[in-house]
Design a protein around this ligand. Structure first.
Ligand SMILES: Cc1cc2nc3c(=O)[nH]c(=O)nc-3n(C[C@H](O)[C@H](O)[C@H](O)COP(=O)(O)O)c2cc1C
Length: 296
């Protein structure tokens, strides 16, 4: 097992105990005499590398896992109205300029991904980046005829209604899968990741909004996701590591369309939960309901 290295700059440490209190796995304690933080005996191995201790220290006295506070960034207060406007003005882009994105924006987008949270701080997502439009063109050229053949199958036509409808436009040369985008990012996760269903979606949601702020258009690509499941050789082509499973894909590039205003979506159903409802529940009823749902 990999043990964390913890270094405390004793001149800077104000012995406030914030690092100890904020540790989710309670592996830190203040030394009884000096009050300097240290690992609890035999608890080093439980550290999940979240670095909350490094982030919370008011004086920058704590380094862990070789990460020094001097290399962290300042925390700025952002304008919430601007963030909300960014969220409201994001659109799925299905018309792209043909050229590759510049290297600067590509590298910013890749670098941002490591800040997406993962369950239990597992942090082992794999991102396959199609950096060059020629690679995505190659995938398009390879996949489209195979997909048309696959969609010819009557079982597919009867069981995968929505997907089967793609056959005609694909035959007519419409790129209804990859939307003419120059780039794609595909996220995969180890099958044993604690939150393998949700981590990739969070990462792509962060990616999408940050891309929008850089003037880069994106669209979730549910159909590409299906293609990876139908044609496993595609997974090897994009370098999905052994033991990893493709989760989702997102297309991106410079938009060739400009939206002048936000949309006006219908409200989701939101209810405020009243106090006291749980007091009426009984364990027998809960078990009965659980079994009923399970059988169904
Ligand atoms: C999980 C998910 C999968 C999607 N898959 C596709 C897709 O395969 N192709 C596509 O053109 N749009 C896809 N979309 C985009 C939705 O169709 C889009 O969000 C919806 O039309 C509303 O448009 P907006 O995103 O501009 O608000 C997907 C969206 C999500 C969230």
């Amino acid at each position: 097992m990999n043990y964390p290295e913890l270094h405390i700059n004793e001149e800077k440490c104000v012995k406030c105990g914030l690092c100890v209190n904020d540790c989710i796995v309670h592996c830190l304690e203040q030394n009884e005499e000096t009050k300097i933080p240290q690992f609890k005996k035999y608890k080093e191995g439980t550290c999940i590398k979240c670095q909350h201790c490094l982030a919370i220290c008011p004086t920058g006295a704590l380094s862990i896992w070789g990460k020094n506070p001097e290399n962290s960034e300042q925390i700025n207060q952002i304008n919430s109205d601007e963030l909300l406007n960014l969220i409201k003005s994001r659109r799925s882009i299905r018309a792209y300029k043909p050229e590759n994105l510049d290297k600067d924006r590509l590298s910013k987008l890749k670098d941002m991904l490591k800040w997406a949270p993962t369950g239990v701080n597992f942090h082992k997502l794999h991102f396959s980046f199609i950096d060059d439009k020629e690679v995505l063109d190659d995938i398009r050229t390879n996949v489209t005829p195979r997909l048309i053949k696959f969609l010819d199958n009557t079982v597919v036509q009867t069981t995968m209604g929505h997907f089967a409808e793609l056959k005609k436009p694909l035959e007519n040369g419409q790129d209804v899968i990859f939307r003419g985008a120059p780039h794609m990012v595909v996220v995969s996760t180890p099958t044993n990741a604690p939150c393998h269903n949700i981590d990739p979606i969070i990462a792509l949601s962060y990616f999408e909004l940050y891309a929008q702020s850089l003037g880069v258009g994106t669209v979730w690509c549910g159909f590409a996701d299906l293609c990876f499941r139908i044609f496993p050789d595609l997974c090897s082509y994009i370098g999905v590591p052994d033991g990893y499973k493709v989760s989702y894909a997102m297309l991106f590039g410079l938009p060739n369309v400009k939206y002048s205003r936000t949309t006006q979506p219908e409200d989701f159903e939101i209810t405020s939960v009243p106090l006291g409802g749980l007091r009426k529940s009984n364990l027998f009823g809960n078990v009965k309901q659980f079994v009923k749902n399970f059988i169904r």
